[in-house]
Write a protein that binds this ligand. Structure first.
Ligand code: ADP
Ligand code: MG
Length: 350
C-alpha cells in the first residue's frame, strides 16, 4: 500500500525492499492445497544508522517479511538490496559475506540457544563458523562481547542457558548477533517474552550498542509502545501490506491511517498528554485470514470509515508529511497535495 522512491539511489539507504511477496501453501479442510500471500508487496527503505520499526498485529506478516529479506525462504516476488548488493541474486561468496553483515535476534532466547553449550561457546560459535581469528583471539573477543552486553565473562561465561535468567539469555543472544560486527540487526519481538522491567533494560542495551557500534536496526514488534520507544521511522503492517510509513513521531502523534489510529487507541494511556487528540477507533473483530484477503483495501472489513469504494479499489499511497505516506481512501486528515509527485514507498504494485 506505500511505493517506489528515489531513495534506492541514495547513499544513506542501507536496505531497500521493493514489492516484496511471500507465498505459503496451506492445506485446506478437504486436504486441498491453498496458496496464500503472507507478505503481499511491501516496499520500504532503511537508512544507515537509524532504527526502523515494523509494527502490526500478530499474524500480519512481520516475521515472514524479515525471513524473506534474509532469503529464508527467498521472496516469491520483489527485490531486496543491501548496501548496493542484490540480495536475491547474490552469489555464494556474496551470500556468505551477507550472512556476516546481517544478523538477527529472536523473541525466545531459550530456544535460539543450544541448551547444552556454555555461554562462552555460544558466543564464540559465529566467530568459529566464519573462521574469524584463532582460539585465543576468539576467547578474548568473547570476553569483550560479554562485557559489551553487561555480562561478566568470569561468572556467566561458564554457565549454560538454563542457569541464566530470560534477560541474561537475551544478552547472550545479542552478544552472538554482535560477534561478527554486523551492519544491520533485525530484532524480531526481541523483548516480547521478557518482563516489563527486563524489557526496559534490554531496550537500553540496544540503544547503547547502537551508539557504540554504529549498527542499524530493524525492530519488529506487535507492541506499539516498544517500537515507539526505539524507532526513528516506522512501518505499520496489516494483513501482508504496509498501510502507513513515516517518522515515528509523526505516525504516533498524527496518524493518517485508521488502522494506525486503532492500534494506538488500544495502547494503555500512560501519559494522557501524549494520547491527547488520538481518535478512539479500535478495530472490531479479528484480522481476516490471508487465505481470503478482502478486496480493495484490506482493512475495510474492520474500518469504521469504510465506504463502497474501499471494497472496489485498493488505495494508493498518498503523502501526509515529510517522508510520511499512508494508503487510505478516507484518511484521518487530508493528504498533502504534491502535484505531479508520486507518493513514495510501501506500494504493492510494481
Ligand atoms: P507476524 O510475525 O506478524 O506475527 P507471521 O509472518 O509469523 O506474522 O505470519 C504471517 C502469516 O503467515 C500468518 O497467517 C501465519 O500463520 C503464516 N505463516 C507464517 N509462517 C508460515 C510458514 N512457514 N508456513 C505457512 N504459513 C506460515
Ligand atoms: Mg512474528
Amino acid at each position: 500500500m506505500t511505493g517506489e522512491g528515489t531513495a534506492a539511489l541514495n547513499d544513506d539507504v542501507l536496505l531497500t525492499v521493493r514489492n516484496l511477496h511471500q507465498t505459503y501453501e496451506a492445506k485446506g479442510a478437504r486436504g486441498e492445497r491453498n496458496r496464500f500471500q503472507a507478505v503481499s508487496g511491501i516496499s520500504f527503505d532503511v537508512r544507515r544508522g537509524e532504527t526502523f520499526g515494523l509494527v502490526g498485529e500478530s499474524g500480519c506478516g512481520k516475521s515472514t517479511a524479515v525471513r524473506t529479506i534474509l532469503q529464508a525462504p527467498p521472496p516469491t516476488d520483489g527485490t531486496v538490496h543491501f548496501d548496493g548488493i542484490d540480495v536475491v541474486a547474490a552469489s555464494g561468496a556474496e551470500r556468505t559475506a551477507l550472512r556476516r553483515r546481517l544478523q538477527m535476534v529472536f523473541q525466545d532466547p531459550f530456544s535460539s540457544l543450544n541448551p547444552r553449550w556454555r555461554v562462552e561457546r555460544l558466543v564464540a560459535e559465529p566467530l568459529a563458523v566464519h573462521d574469524v581469528g584463532d582460539r585465543a583471539s576468539r576467547s578474548e573477543r568473547v570476553s569483550e562481547l560479554l562485557e559489551l552486553v553487561g555480562l561478566d565473562a568470569a561468572v556467566h561465561g561458564r554457565r549454560r542457558p538454563h542457569e541464566l535468567s530470560g534477560g541474561q539469555c537475551q544478552r547472550v543472544a545479542i552478544a552472538r548477533a554482535m560477534a561478527l560486527d554486523p551492519d544491520l540487526l533485525f530484532c524480531d519481538e526481541a523483548v516480547s517474552a521478557l518482563d516489563v522491567s527486563v524489557q526496559a533494560q534490554i531496550l537500553n542495551l540496544f540503544a547503547e550498542l547502537k551508539e557504540s557500534l554504529s549498527v542499524t536496526y530493524v525492530f519488529i514488534s506487535h507492541d506499539l509502545s516498544v517500537v515507539e520507544h526505539v524507532s526513528d521511522r516506522v512501518g505499520v503492517m496489516y494483513l501482508g501490506k504496509l498501510c502507513e510509513t513515516g517518522p515515528a513521531t509523526q505516525v504516533y502523534e498524527n496518524p493518517a491511517h485508521p488502522y494506525t489510529a486503532a492500534l494506538l487507541s488500544a495502547l494503555p494511556v500512560a501519559d494522557p498528554r501524549l494520547r491527547h487528540g488520538r481518535r478512539r477507533v479500535r478495530p472490531e473483530g479479528e484480522m481476516p485470514s490471508p487465505l481470503r484477503p478482502p478486496s480493495g483495501c484490506r482493512f475495510r472489513t474492520r474500518c469504521p470509515r469504510a465506504q463502497e469504494i474501499c471494497a472496489e479499489v485498493e488505495p494508493e499511497p498518498r503523502v501526509f508529511g515529510d517522508d510520511h505516506t499512508a494508503a487510505c481512501h478516507f484518511p484521518l486528515r487530508d493528504p498533502i497535495d504534491v502535484a505531479g509527485q508520486v507518493a513514495v514507498t510501501m506500494s504493492s504494485r510494481p
